[in-house]
Every structure is written in structure tokens, then in C-alpha cells.
Design a protein. Sequence first.
Length: 405
Amino acid sequence: MRTPRFIGVAALLVLTPLALSAAEKLVITATNDLAIARPAETIAVPWTAVNQALPHARVEHLVVKDAAGRSLAYQVTNLEPEAKDPKRVGVAYGVLLFQHDFAAGEKSAAFTVEKIEALAPVFPTKAFARYVPERLDDFAWENDRIAHRTYGPALGAPDSEHRGKEVLVTSGLDIWSKSVRYPIVDRWYNVGHDHYHVDEGEGMDMYNVGTSRGCGGTGVWDGQKLYAGRNYKTWKVLANGPIRAIFELTYDAWDANGVKVSEVKRFTVDAGHNLDQIDSTFKIDGASEATVGIGIFNNSADKGQDPKIDFIKDEAGGYLAQWEAQKTNGSLGEAIIAPTGFAGFAEDSVNRLVLVKVASGQPVRYYVGAGWTKSGDFSSQADWNAYVAACAACAKSPIKVSVSP
């Protein structure tokens, strides 16, 4: 098994007072409370701290270096697209992002940010999301480990003109298994629908969602039944690589046993990780809180694959890990981690569920994703279970970040 790539959880930032005069460089220190290795940890620094230390710094003229002096790939997000910057001081920027591989036992790492005259290089895209109008209204996303898609209102609409249009009503999340590190979403869609159900060297769609929750879809659990919404209604991309993609999907209100519930999902997809971070905000009409089930399809294999399925549930870690060993497609691991709000486990006829308590209007954070044996990252169920357990530990112990001139 390769060294696992763990969740890039949101870092805790400590701002050290900066000097009033312009600094030549910004020093960033990231500290780690865990003894385990934490590859591909995403370090996030608010641009306000960068701009305070390096006035008028521009995203195109920066260099980020580690303690050995190596230049690192970086990204600057802008989550407020309407923000204006007429004085070119970077106020429209949001967060500076870069990554670091923490070795086992490595407790801290230092980095510098400096302004440069030359143009910074364009870094390879490792996290990506987009709306897919060429296949009705799919929405797809990927990083260098795994890919996903979900479905919009056009797929859920009736075939009223009897043209043979596929109809599928589901808010479940699909998995595309990859065995390469480069992006495949555009290539697979361009070769035509269903072509990617055969592995021709890059991976395949070996996962059936149907009306299940797929890998990470949600619904309201009343103690006996799961009430799920329809296909997503609207989408919005907020950041798009090279290190992190962020997007939102909104879902129209649905009836959950007499209570109207709507949802906004914000996805954070980081390079180097098999699990994505999702922050779901539910609006609950007629109640202040609800129990939400985050689901995994209990048998997603293609027909004829005769899967052997096993799973583990860990209450202390707040996670569920499933393993589906198929006849010829390899084995697929899936997981859900709920580091906060965990309220137990449940099942219905098609889903295994991790339950969380949610308050109306307040986001709940969880992690979902998958890993494939043919990717070369996981050779066994034990590998997958160990990876998920480590991810759960990382989710509860975020990297701490401090800055100084």
C-alpha cells in the first residue's frame, strides 16, 4: 500500500502581529498534533495576512518555498466573485493554499512566501469540477485520485417527447474509479455516454447509483425510513484548482414525513485525497433540527460481478467503511466520516447510513469518498480500513497554522 493521502482538513490559523513596515517575506509555520504521516495536507492562509506582510502582492508574482528552498505549487482562491480591487492590493483574493507531506512524527514545518518579478508558473491541475451540459446536466468533479458525478433536473425530467431519454430521479453521488493521476472527466464525457463503463487503461464507471444514496448522498431519517430529495437544482463553482476545487449544489425542498427540508451542499475537493469534505446546510421548515442519514449503497456492483461485501462501523471515530470485492473489476472501498454531530448508524433496504444531528440553517461537516485496488493505492480491505481510520483521526485534529514576517 502506498503511504496514505489523508484528508486536507481546514487548518486552524494563529495570526502573529506583523510589523507595520513591509516585510521581505512571510513566514508560515504549520504544526501537527498527530504522530502519523499526513501527506498532502492543505495549508490555508487568509490573503489578508499575506497582503499585510507583502503589500500589493499579486497571485501571478509569488513564490512559496518549503524549508529546503523548494518551490511549491500554490493556489489563491476568490470565493467572492463580485469583489472589486481597483487599487490592485489583492482585496478580492480569499485564501492562499499549498500542500505539505508531513512525515510520521513530523510535528512542524516552515514555509516562506515572497514577491517575485517574474511570472509564477502555471501549476498542473489536480482538482477540478464542472457542469456537464453535453450529458444532459450532470455535474462532475475529480482530483488526482478519484472522480465523481451527480445528476441534475434534466436527467430527472420525464421523457415527454418519447425520444428514449434516460430518466433517473436521485440525489445520490456516483463514483468514477481512476488508475491515472491526470484528469479524465473531459476525456470520458467526450468519447460518449457509457463508453467509460469499460476499463481501457484509465479506469471505469463500475458503480451503480440508481435511487440509492450512492457514495455520500443524504436524506432525513425518522427512525424507520429515509426521506431523500430529488436531483440537484442549481450549481455554482467557487474555486477550480490546481490544488482545490470548491463548488455548491442546491436541492429543492422535499417532504420528510410532513416536514419540508431543503439542502445546500458545499464540496471541498483537494488534490491527493480519496475523500472529499462536504458541508451541508439544511433548512428545516417546522422544526429546529433533524437527524440526517449520509449513505453508502450496500451493493453498487455491476451485474454479473457477484461482489463479496464487507463493512466496519466505528462509533468512536464516527465512520463507516465498506469494501466491495468484484469478480473482474477489482475491489472498491467506500467511506463516510462524521467527525461532529455523529448520532449512530442505521440501514434501509439499499443504504448503510451514518447518522448526524443537524440544526436548521447550520452547516454539518462530513467526508465521503472511495478507493480502487486498480489505482495502485490500496491492495486490500485492510489498507482501506487503515486509511479511513487515519482520515478520521486527521479530521478531528486539524493542522494549526501561524504566520509572522
